[in-house]
Design a protein around this ligand. Structure first.
Ligand code: DX5
Ligand code: ZN
Length: 214
């Protein structure tokens, strides 16, 4: 299982220390939530924070763009250190173009689906992507309750990917803990994002290790 702790729940006053903690942990990726106050009702952070994390980490930077019109910022995100760029299906009217643009920059391209968006909208684009991110909460905030029907969406997505013999990562984001993580692993998830469960625990590194064993 790939584990991608979300720094949205970390202590930003100590970003260097938090990044080094993740660096020393068994986390595979670092999940970076960029919010624009337009696509989602919250504003998080942008390029300077991404660069600060990159400075202290060699992990894969897994950047989740919760922003409208992401195309115009792709170059800036790549130059700031992103290794994976995931855009929202709901934010991209010309999704095929956006995905090709991301791939042309030499980074991995992902599509995120909001809880209300069915998996079958990916039918015509699944062959073009490296990753699909299933949102198991409404994007915008950490610490929300897991939406149970997301487990079913993971199974559907796995079927779609297997039926075409593709190698696409299934990542889940929102309300992940050991209990929901276990169900998601059984349904076919290959990457788990966890924010509050990791950073609110007594030992984030141990929590990451326990998620990794799922
Ligand atoms: C929500 C973000 C998540 C968030 C998850 O919009 O995309 O990555 O940090 O937080 P938890 O794990 O606390 O639900
Ligand atoms: Zn996220």
């Amino acid at each position: 299982m790939i584990i991608s702790p979300s720094v949205l729940s970390c202590d930003f006053g100590n970003i260097e220390r938090e990044t080094k903690m993740l660096e020393s942990s068994s986390a595979d990726w670092i999940h970076i939530d960029v919010m624009d106050g337009n696509f989602v009702p919250n504003i998080s952070f942008g390029f300077p924070v991404l660069k600060a994390i990159k400075k202290h980490s060699n992990k894969v930077l897994d950047v989740h763009l919760m922003i409208s019109n992401p195309d115009v910022y792709i170059d800036d995100f790549v130059n700031s250190g992103a290794d994976i760029l995931t855009v929202h299906y709901e934010a991209c009217p010309h999704l095929h173009r956006t995905i090709q643009l991301i791939k042309s920059k030499g980074v991995k391209a992902g599509i995120a689906l909001n809880p209300h968006t069915p998996v079958n909208v990916l039918d015509e684009i699944i062959t073009d992507v490296d990753l699909v991110l299933i949102m198991s909460v409404n994007p915008g905030f950490g610490g929300q309750k897991f939406i149970e029907s997301s487990v079913q969406k993971v199974s559907q997505l796995k079927k779609l990917i297997d039926a075409r013999n593709l190698d696409v990562i299934i990542e889940i984001d929102g309300g992940v803990n050991l209990e929901t993580g276990k169900k998601l692993a059984e349904a076919g998830a290959s990457a788990l994002v966890a924010g509050s469960f990791v950073f609110n625990s007594d030992s984030p590194t141990q929590t990451i290790e326990r998620l990794k064993q799922l």
